[in-house]
Design a protein around this ligand. Sequence first.
Ligand code: UFG
Length: 328
Amino acid sequence: MKTILVVGGAGYIGSHIVKQLLKAGYHVVIFDNLSTGYRKAVLGGEFFLGDLANRDDLQRVFQTYSIDAVMHFASFIQVGESVHQPNKYYQNNVVNTINLLDIMLAHGVKACIFSSTAAIFGEPQIIPIDEKHPKNPANPYGRTKWMVEQILADYDKAYDLRAICLRYFNAAGADPECQLGECHEPETHLIPLVLQTASGRRKSITVFGQKYDTPDGTCIRDYVHIQDLCQAHILALEQLLQGASSAEYNLGNGEGFSVREVIETAQQVTQRAINVIYGDNRAGDTARLVADARKARQELGWNPQFADLKTIIQHAWQWELQQLKATE
Ligand code: UFG
């Protein structure tokens, strides 16, 4: 049985992956400092409370377990915050990742799945965006992820550390079995905020900007279901464990939806009124991000099951209603 270390396994994406890895029969070790994740979101495996900034914590986990591959999800992810607090982002997303990579090498662990992002591309020159599209991140968050991708390429050349970088467009939705979902504190992502407005947990949703160069003036994003992201990770992991070379894949559905369209779809799904306020642009946002994910389909055999925006929102709504019940 292969042992997989999931760094950041108590977070939104990490926790869903842990559940799917366990289902697929892997031995899973979770390393998380619980700064943004939740212990209760870890549904199995062996939990290790530790911080990437602390080399002793890392040493302990690598000494305790014989790890076959690492999946690295632990990072700060807010585009707007990264513009105002870049030090926080470079320190955690870059410096702490180097700590992790160096400990991996010290223990002979040379396989890594890295959680990357569409934010590495910046304002696209061509839509949809394929893997070769020029990288020109529009904010420090995107820069940290692109730096790590470049570091990984150098580590491969110098130390034979193989990495698969998975560049998510907008991860969204929730576990269809409703055991897990999105739970950021504070929440900054569009779909959960819209649904919290529909459920009454929030008074309104503010649309950030209406003068972008898009048909309705609001930003367009490519929303991809968390469960489909899990499938891509497991396929990538299988290939890596079988000796595949380093690679990168864009993960999205190839269809963009504007902020307004997301709110309209949420209105249809929830059958609730959603109070919308129009505000200024958010720092660091780009007008349009839509993926060309043909490479993942062809090379990994990725086959998204929940590509429809309505389904993504339905699953997130089911989770929101459950959260609401729990707080009542
Ligand atoms: N938005 C609003 N109001 C809100 C929140 C968001 O109008 O209250 C808009 C944003 O301006 C953006 C869109 O909704 O146009 C989506 O915003 P999110 O914050 O949900 O997601 P982002 O596109 O900013 O970023 C997400 C992840 C990043 C990832 C990126 C890649 O947070 O980690 O997708 O596209 F890199």
